[in-house]
Design a protein around this ligand. Structure first.
Ligand SMILES: [Zn+2]
Length: 87
């Protein structure tokens, strides 16, 4: 077994034992993973902050719109250049 595998194994053990900590995705409070829900601490769950899965979905849509926008701009620029050259 290599060191990476051993570290992964140890991390899983810590999660199972409830000893592993992580930062809350909303407020950044470092707390035990076992008490987190979708990456959120108790307070952020209570105020209804968006969890990890929602943030990931938002990120996906944001990237999709950004890529689509860039594609339109690039395609438009190329079309414009071709039209300019052909004239
Ligand atoms: Zn929080």
């Amino acid at each position: 077994m290599n060191e990476e595998l051993i570290e992964k194994w140890n991390k899983n053990i810590r999660i199972i034992k409830g000893e592993e900590k992580e930062d809350c995705v909303h407020c950044g409070t470092n707390w035990y993973v076992i008490h987190h829900k979708d990456g959120l601490c108790h307070e952020c769950q209570a105020i209804g902050a968006p969890g990890r899965s929602i943030l990931r979905r938002r990120e996906k849509w944001r990237n999709f719109f950004r890529d689509t926008f860039l594609l339109i701009i690039i395609t438009g620029s190329i079309a414009f250049m071709i039209i300019s050259i052909i004239g």
